[in-house]
Design a protein around this ligand. Structure first.
Ligand SMILES: [Zn+2]
Length: 178
């Protein structure tokens, strides 16, 4: 599959009907993104957009906007984060996800997603911080109970995500070197 440069991709998604892909409603974890129709495997869902910030700046933005540090930032490099705008910010975590991020910012389905199913990805595929974890209550059979850095995932799950290409580039490169 030949991928277009991100700028062209973003423009394409703006003029396409991608808003027909999902809607927002209450989930078990605040708001969530849900499939408006059946979504095919590898279909694009949305692109994360927002200012590039440091972790410290992201925390300040969280406190200013939401009253506490709710960790909205998406890590794209060791010291760099995107502070995502809605709807990307709303996508919840699952230990058994139906989507994942390619090229750092593009959320794609990694399996067929049924209409009205919640869209989610594994936050660990974006994390290499050594500073943050979060209790998980996703309720999946394979729930790890704790969301933490990619390096702490079981090997089998790491390989699955690396093969799908849904691991942030800076983490992917690190693993290639090992
Ligand atoms: Zn879980």
């Amino acid at each position: 599959m030949l991928l277009k440069p991100l700028e062209i991709e973003k423009a394409w998604m703006k003029i396409s009907n991608f808003m027909d892909i999902f809607y927002i409603k209450k989930s078990n974890f605040g708001n969530g993104l849900f499939a408006k129709r059946e979504i095919n495997k590898f279909e694009k869902i949305l692109i994360f957009e927002g200012p590039i910030v440091t972790k410290e700046k992201a925390i300040l933005l969280d406190v200013k906007k939401y009253g506490s540090d709710i960790e909205n930032a998406l890590q794209i490099e060791k010291e760099k984060y995107i502070y995502p705008e809605d709807p990307a910010r709303i996508v919840n975590h699952s230990c058994n996800p139906n989507s994942g991020l390619i090229q750092n910012l593009t959320l794609i389905a990694i399996k067929k997603i049924k209409k009205d199913e919640e869209i989610n990805y594994d936050y660990s595929t974006t994390m290499d911080e050594d500073s943050w974890n979060l209790k998980c209550g996703c309720g999946e059979k394979n729930c790890r109970k704790l969301i933490e850095d990619f390096k702490y995932l079981p090997k089998k799950i790491q390989i699955k995500y690396l093969n799908l290409g849904v691991v942030q580039s800076f983490i992917f490169e690190k693993f290639l070197r090992i």
